[in-house]
Design a protein around this ligand. Structure first.
Ligand SMILES: Nc1ncnc2c1ncn2[C@@H]1O[C@H](COP(=O)(O)OP(=O)(O)OP(=O)(O)O)[C@@H](O)[C@H]1O
Length: 462
């Protein structure tokens, strides 16, 4: 796709200079002396990603209104403003519209780099917009599969919630029960489906990085912040911000998050002005938030704010009848992906599948089935690759040897975090640092596990 640029400038010499500079970098340029002239072309190609450079000597309110109306109708463009009058700081209105604002005369090399970044951002938005149509089909209510009454109830709640203008929602459930899936369904089936869905796993990042990811930063806000960065709140503006593992967020950051939710405004790190944001926030967690709030790990006020609407996803072990629906679907999916042809699931396979407790829920079920399908040789589901523990429930599962057992004192001598560390340390030793396998054994995601390995500094010492 050609990189297209529009230059809007009432200074013919500057317009010519910019044109020559960008043409050398292979941009396709069209230029206009006034915003009104640009209208026809820009609106006709509204769905094309492009960069618009505005370099007006006089930026009247009338011109600004015209630029704003163009900006709002062009869904996939990024705007760079060159402001000549250094005495006068750019108005809040320009700041709202701009991908970035540079003082004029601008360093052309910097401008060229900025234009490249703006183009990438415009292109991403364009892709997202087109991608949204397919995602909307993929994440219909029926994507949350199962036929049990518990699943029917979740589906009916999802339908109800998708009609409500949600500002916050909390999704709870054990790992692998479909919290991410449900967030996508609610986004793509809801009113904001044309706007972005932006996801962040709060457990995967250290505090400082998480903060700048969420709120963005200005150039020079901290060492290494060379350019302005639009945070996830801004990237998700108009749409949905999905915060996974919210229970792992630092308390100070929780306070900032709550303020952003309540004020509908954020401030980039190192930034002076507040930026309006209008989005819905879905937060997911596999820990008991009520308890986390009681223990002081989650701010009570944030907990109450987030849990105005909540949805709980039932674990697979409480609705095993859903296996009859899920297993054939998953087998068919991996048959297709791996060009396999399983069409018989023997009784002994069903017996093992139904007897197992599935602590990692649907994610674990999918992983097990994927392995079996990939290793299958004919049309019969290979029982030997199930490799599930025999016993009926996880709680009654006996460790295969003393080596695989862990004695945890519950007399108050060890804090929950220390127990967490000990469990992971033991699992690392037993599984030879195979993160994928340990994540499966502990029924969690690789990201969460990696984060904890780093947090407890277990790399060398396990
Ligand atoms: N009811 C369901 N029907 C179909 N697929 C499901 C269902 N529930 C979960 N899945 C699938 O299981 C996998 C894990 O789901 P997901 O990542 O949404 O779980 P999660 O609860 O967010 O897990 P975690 O807490 O570990 O992040 C995904 O591939 C998802 O599509």
């Amino acid at each position: 796709m050609a990189s297209r640029m529009s230059i809007i400038s009432d200074d013919p010499a500057l317009s010519e200079e910019l044109k020559k500079t960008f043409q050398r970098d292979d941009w396709q340029i069209d230029s206009y002396a006034q915003p009104l002239q640009a209208r026809g072309v820009l609106l006709e190609q509204a769905f094309e990603p492009r960069v618009v450079v505005v370099a007006m000597r006089v930026l009247s309110q009338e011109a600004l209104d015209e630029l704003k109306s163009l900006h709002d109708s062009m869904e996939c463009g990024e705007w760079i403003y060159l402001i000549a009058d250094q005495e006068q700081s750019p108005s809040a209105q320009v700041n709202r519209l701009a991908f970035d604002v540079l003082d004029q005369p601008a360093d052309l090399e910097r401008l060229a780099l900025l234009a490249q970044r703006a183009w990438r951002s415009a292109l991403t938005r364009w892709h997202l917009r087109h991608y949204t149509t397919t995602e909307r089909k993929r994440f219909s209510f029926e994507a949350y599969q199962g036929t049990s009454p518990a699943v029917e109830e979740v589906r009916s709640l999802l339908k109800q919630l998708s009609d409500v203008p949600l500002s916050t929602l909390i999704i709870t459930g054990e790992t692998g029960t479909g919290k991410g899936l449900v967030a996508r369904i609610l986004h793509y089936c809801g009113e904001r489906h044309k706007e972005p869905l932006v996801e962040l796993n709060c457990a995967a990042l250290p505090k400082e990085l998480l903060e700048s990811q969420l709120f963005g930063h200005e150039a020079g806000a901290f060492t290494g912040a060379r350019t302005r960065h639009h945070g996830l709140f801004e990237q998700a503006n108009g749409g949905t911000l999905f915060l996974d593992e919210i229970g792992d967020m630092d308390l100070e950051l929780q306070a900032k998050l709550l303020k952003a939710i309540e004020d509908k405004k954020i401030r980039r790190l190192g930034g002076e002005r507040e930026i309006d944001v209008d989005l819905q926030i879905f937060a997911a967690t596999s820990v008991n938030l009520e308890q986390a709030a009681r223990e002081g790990k989650l701010r009570e006020d944030l907990y109450h704010r987030l849990s105005v609407f909540s949805i709980h996803l039932p674990p697979l072990r409480t609705r095993k009848e859903d296996m009859m629906d899920l297993v054939p679907r998953i087998v068919a999916e991996f048959n297709l992906k791996a060009n396999k042809k399983i069409d018989v699931i023997p009784n002994k396979v069903w017996e093992q599948l139904m007897a197992y407790n599935w602590p990692g829920n649907i994610r674990e079920l999918r992983n097990v089935i994927e392995r079996c399908v990939l290793l299958s040789k004919d049309e019969v589901f290979p029982a030997r690759w199930l490799q599930l523990p025999d016993s009926e429930t996880a709680s009654s599962r006996q460790p295969s040897s003393d080596e695989a057992a862990l004695l945890v004192p519950l007399d108050g001598s060890m804090a929950l975090e220390e127990i967490d560390r000990m469990v992971i340390q033991k699992a690392l030793k037993l599984n030879n640092f195979n993160v994928t396998e340990i994540a499966r054994v502990l029924g969690t995601t690789r990201e969460t596990l990696r984060y904890r390995i780093q947090k407890y500094d277990l790399k060398q010492r396990a």
